[in-house]
Ligand binder design. Structure first.
Ligand code: ATP
Ligand code: MG
Length: 415
């Protein structure tokens, strides 16, 4: 679990501001749910045989009443719970997003932490492939906002999981295939053979790759409707010039996941390659006790995104203030602060020197702040009713400006 301190926190804000602006442009409304939920929600919502529920949850008993609780490992289950609880789909479908801390008890490594942060987007009550495609286009728009190049820095992988009945036929064929090669499977695969054979396709063990590669492909079991949905998503991506790779091994474990699944992967983060993943889960709302309604969404790991931006030296604009206020003596503090307030009200970011110290020390701080201007509120200046404006980055001469009419010249500092 990490502390996020300045100056690094400025990069977080940079990304978060872009996310917020994009969600607004796409018509997704912000929503916030509790960090703690009943453990049963995640067991029902994610499935008992998933990695998260089997071994990654921070679960505990409430010492006051014995309730079994869990720090949320992901956002979707909580969002669906909230939607069901508030009957939020009563008036029609909803597009929502959230961001916040998630918790998983994993072995920490680069890009994998026990507290991490996700952006999570869900479109609830929409059945059509148009919304699947919209959600994918939204991710691409975010990459572009941040300076990432899709197809190079991040690559889209796409698959269709079909519908549960189609998957059942595939599952039968899959089990038959793995049973025929059971002697060559590893322990993990053997354990999953009957509980969750689809997850064997996800195995990273090179020793069993030949058997995995030869397994029957789900795509071959999809019916006309599922294929039409998949092709409609692809048609939008194709028209948008968004390249993707169809990855038949891209899976989600549980039965209520269906049709579209996708991941954005990168080569810059070692084995923590997935920056963003999502898909359709038409069965989950009913699974969690709601009136059946389709849904689709994605989750993005903010730490991984920030590591990727760092690896590619995409830093975002500097967070330096426009101006640093030098206040050499206590006698000028009050008028200086009034002028600084007026500048800030006009949109200028001003870092005020506080805590005393000589001119030289204050100028050193001004330089270190990265500000473009020093504002000098000295006794001499104030006696004349002015403040001295000194460029710090070699642009022009020092000049004076009227102290009590800061709004009139604030724009000079922004230019
Ligand atoms: P992985 O295969 O890397 O464990 P996952 O399938 O468990 O990922 P999801 O549950 O789909 O991941 O979560 C969505 C995103 O959240 C991931 O693509 C990743 O960017 C991020 N993420 C997941 N677990 C962690 C973690 N422990 N630390 C940091 N980011 C994470
Ligand atoms: Mg994981």
């Amino acid at each position: 679990m990490n502390d996020i301190l300045p100056p690094d926190s400025a990069r977080w804000e940079w990304v978060e501001e872009r996310v917020r602006a994009l969600m607004q442009r796409y018509g997704y409304a912000n929503l916030r749910t509790p960090i703690v939920e009943p453990t049963a929600l995640f067991v029902r919502g994610l499935g008992e045989v998933t990695d998260i529920v089997e071994k990654e949850m921070y679960s505990f008993e409430d010492s006051m009443n014995g309730d079994k609780l869990t720090l949320r490992p992901e956002a979707t289950a909580g969002i669906v719970r909230a939607m069901v609880e508030h009957n939020a789909l009563y008036n029609g479908p909803l597009r929502v997003w959230t961001s916040g801390a998630m918790f998983r008890h994993e072995r920490p490594q680069k890009g994998r932490y026990r507290q991490f942060h996700q952006i999570d987007v869900e479109a609830l009550g929409f059945a059509g492939p148009d919304v699947d495609a919209e959600l994918i286009l939204l991710t691409r728009a975010l990459w572009r906002e941040l300076g990432l190049v899709e197809g190079r820095d991040v690559k889209l992988e796409l698959n269709s999981l079909g519908q549960p009945a189609e998957r059942e036929q595939h599952r039968v064929a899959l089990i038959a295939h793995f049973e025929a090669h059971a002697d060559k499977l590893d322990e993990d695969a053997k354990r999953r053979l009957h509980s969750n054979p689809l997850r064997i396709l996800d195995s990273k063990n090179p020793a069993i790759q030949p058997i995995v590669d030869a397994a029957p492909k789900l795509m071959g079991f999809l019916g006309a409707e599922s294929l039409a949905h998949f092709n409609a998503v692809r048609a939008v991506l194709d028209a948008a010039g968004l390249a993707y790779r169809i990855n038949p091994r891209l899976v989600r474990g549980m039965d209520y996941y269906n049709l579209t699944v996708f991941e954005w992967v990168t080569e810059h983060l070692g084995s923590q390659a997935t920056v963003c993943g999502g898909g359709r889960y038409d069965g989950l709302i009913a699974q969690l006790g709601g009136k059946p309604a389709p849904a689709v969404g994605w989750g993005l790991g903010l730490e991984r995104l920030l590591l990727l931006l760092e690896a590619l030296k995409l830093q975002g604009p500097s967070s330096a203030p426009h101006a640093y206020a030098i206040v050499p003596s206590a006698s000028t503090t009050v008028p200086a602060m009034m002028a600084i307030e007026a500048l800030r009200a006009a949109g200028v970011s001003v870092l005020m020197h506080a805590g005393g110290g000589g001119m030289k020390a204050q100028f050193k701080r001004a330089d270190a702040s990265g500000a473009r201007f020093a504002l000098i509120f000295g006794d001499d200046e104030l006696a004349q009713g002015v403040v001295a404006v000194k460029p710090l980055r070699g642009e022009g001469e020092q000049r004076t400006r009227p102290l009590t009419a800061a709004a009139d010249w604030a724009a000079e500092l922004l230019a």
